[in-house]
Every structure is written in structure tokens, then in C-alpha cells.
Write a protein that binds this ligand. Structure first.
Ligand SMILES: Cc1ncc(C[n+]2csc(CCOP(=O)(O)OP(=O)(O)O)c2C)c(N)n1
Length: 344
């Protein structure tokens, strides 16, 4: 019996997903250490435990697609193609960072890979995603998808309702990906929402919606493949509820007193990296030493990024006002241009 034609590419994609999950994990565990050493300052929100989502979904995107994420976005940026160096330099606040060192952990941005942040306001980036999708639509760039990642906390915000309503009404090509880790800071979903069936909530706007076990990369990949094909083919927006869990606290400032340690431990038993590596090994897709080699490669990549960030320069004081105020004589003096138009 011959194997279906897509078996080899599918296996390659699954191996890639495992490698990407490991890269995210190593990058972030290193960030936690660097935070303790005060090399990274400010806020730091880690994605540890949730890696299957970014790795499985972003791995399926084309270069022309767009990604918009929250402040828990280091992994999304990394698998989208922002280099570990540019990410780490941004964490360190250095000029070589992907946002010039001005954004830090919560504001990674890279126009070249169409990675539109890194957004700190809960729910604030959902309308941005609809705008990106609408722009693609209006400019006739058919076949493109904007993928928007957000936590379940954002579904309590007005922007969620505005974004889903307009995306559905105008059939905008956006895949909404709700990373439901059950807690918005210290507030559990069940203690704050009357409707905890999030796919049902999304489908109230006539958006096709599915709930997925996001501790299983194969489940996420299958759901994303179906949803992306639908959106890409002109079917309007789609929604995925990705059921996941963060293994660490909300941020480095959070003492994490609101979760039962037994609950955290139970979810850790379903660590997507360990279970997926075991599955691929059991299937014979990975041999002895293969998983260790992936961890070592990720470690080398991250250590190179740390060394790079550590010696990278800060932005000089002289240029700090660039992008803050309009250049007085430059082509971007919007006020003067507008005044000229009015007096013409
Ligand atoms: C509009 C707004 N309100 C409150 C906050 C403070 N805040 C930061 S993160 C967060 C929790 C968000 O939880 P969720 O959307 O579930 O995402 P998660 O952090 O779990 O990934 C809150 C309330 C904010 N940044 N923006």
C-alpha cells in the first residue's frame, strides 16, 4: 500500500513544530533567568506551556500573511521569523532590537515578517487585525490571512465584539485565535463570564468556531489547517478556542496565589513538548538523540542571541525624539501639509 502523498510534508511539518516549541521554551526559560539578573527589565509575560499554539498555527502561514499578538508574544515572533537576536536585543532595550529597543518584551514588532506586535492593551489589537485584513481585501490581495492571537480575557472587552461583528459583516479574512489558559491575571474564566463556551460566544456573530485541545500540537494543526483554508478561500473570518494552560505565573510580578498547585501540576503532566516528542519517537519519526539535539540547537541559538544582545548598543540620546514628534522641515510635517491644503 502506498502512503498518501501528503504524509512526508506533514511529518516534516510536525518535526518542525516540535523544534519550534523547543526553541520557544528555551528562549523563554532563558528570559526568566535574565530577568532575575536584571538584564531584562519591565514586564515579562511567559508563554511556557502554550507553545503548541504559536508553533502549530504560525508554521502554516505564508510570508504574505499577517500576525497580530498580545504581550505574551515572544514565541509568536520567533516562529514567525523574527530572529532570536532581534528579540533578545529588544528585551534588553538595545537599538538592535526589532523595535529599536523602545518596545521591550510586550512590543515586539517586525514589518518585514508582517508581525504587527506585541500589543499591551487587552483586546486592543483585535480591531487592528480586522483593519489589516480589510486592507488586504480592499487592495485586492486575495488569499492572504491575518491571524490574531489573544487571551480569553479579551473576549470580555468591547473590542472583541466590535471586531467579530465587523469581520463577519464584511467577510474579512481574519483567523481569531483565542488562547484560553483559563485565567486573566488572577481572574478565572468561570468566575468572570456568564458564558464560558467561547466558541459559542464567537458563533453568535455568525463566525464559524471550533474548540481545540491546544496541549496537542496535532489537534491544533488540524484545526488551523481547516480554518485557514476556509478563511483563505474567501469564507470570511473563523475562530478557534485553543484550550491551554500557562505553566508559569501571569508575569514576573505575579506571586500566582490564585491557582491550586495541584491544578498546575496536573496540566504540566500534559506538557505539549514532552508528549509530542514521545509520540513522534513512538511512531519512529525520531531516533535516539534526536530530541536532545533539538534542545542543544535551540540552546546554541539562544546563547548566541544573549551574547549579541549583551554587547548591542543602546539608542543614542540624540535620536530619542525620532518617531515621537514630526520632523519640522521633513516630508512628514502633517500639520503644515494640512494647513497648506486648507489655505489653497
Ligand atoms: C484594557 C486593559 N485592561 C487591563 C489590562 C491589564 N491586564 C494585563 S494582562 C491582563 C489579563 C489578560 O488575560 P488574557 O486576555 O486571558 O490573556 P493572558 O494574559 O492569560 O494570556 C490584564 C487584565 C490591560 N493591559 N488592558
Amino acid at each position: 500500500m502506498t502512503a498518501p502523498a501528503d504524509v512526508a510534508p506533514r511529518l516534516a511539518r510536525r518535526l518542525h513544530t516540535l523544534a519550534d516549541m523547543i526553541r520557544i521554551r528555551v528562549l523563554e526559560e532563558r528570559c526568566a533567568e535574565l530577568y532575575g539578573q536584571m538584564k531584562i527589565r519591565g514586564f515579562l509575560h511567559l508563554y511556557v506551556g502554550e507553545e503548541a499554539i504559536a508553533a502549530s498555527i504560525i508554521g502554516q502561514l505564508d510570508a504574505d500573511d499577517a500576525v497580530v499578538a498580545t504581550y505574551r508574544e515572544h514565541g509568536h515572533a520567533l516562529v514567525r521569523g523574527v530572529t532570536a537576536r532581534a528579540i533578545m536585543a529588544e528585551m534588553f532595550g538595545r537599538a538592535e532590537g526589532c523595535s529599536g529597543g523602545r518596545g521591550g518584551s510586550m512590543h515586539l514588532f517586525d514589518a518585514a515578517t508582517r508581525f504587527y506586535g506585541g500589543n499591551a492593551i487587552v483586546g486592543g489589537h483585535l480591531p487592528l487585525a480586522v483593519g489589516l485584513g480589510l486592507a488586504d481585501e480592499m487592495l485586492g490581495r486575495t488569499g492572504r490571512v491575518t491571524v490574531c492571537f489573544f487571551g480569553e480575557g479579551a473576549m470580555a472587552e468591547g473590542e472583541f465584539h466590535e471586531a467579530l461583528n465587523l469581520a463577519a459583516l464584511w467577510q474579512v479574512p481574519v483567523l481569531f485565535c483565542c488562547e484560553n489558559n483559563l485565567y486573566a491575571m488572577g481572574t478565572s474564566l468561570r468566575s468572570s463570564e456568564s458564558q464560558t463556551n467561547l466558541a459559542l460566544k464567537a458563533s453568535a456573530y455568525e463566525v464559524p468556531a471550533w474548540s481545540v485541545d491546544a496541549m496537542d500540537p496535532d489537534e491544533v494543526a488540524a484545526a488551523a489547517e481547516r480554518a485557514l483554508a476556509m478563511v483563505r478561500g474567501g469564507g470570511g473570518p473563523a475562530f478557534l478556542e485553543l484550550r491551554t494552560y500557562r505553566f508559569r505565573a501571569h508575569s514576573m510580578f505575579d506571586p500566582d496565589l490564585y491557582r491550586d498547585p495541584a491544578e498546575v501540576e496536573a496540566w504540566k503532566q500534559r506538557d505539549p513538548i514532552a508528549t509530542f516528542a514521545d509520540r513522534l519517537t513512538a511512531e519512529g519519526a525520531l531516533g535516539p538523540g534526536d530530541v536532545e539535539a533539538l534542545w542543544e540547537a535551540a540552546s546554541s541559538e539562544v546563547e548566541d542571541a544573549v551574547a549579541f544582545a549583551d554587547q548591542a548598543p543602546l539608542e543614542p540620546v540624540e535620536t530619542l525624539l525620532r518617531h515621537v514628534t514630526a520632523e519640522p522641515e521633513g516630508p512628514h510635517d502633517v500639520v503644515a501639509e494640512r494647513e497648506q491644503e486648507v489655505t489653497r
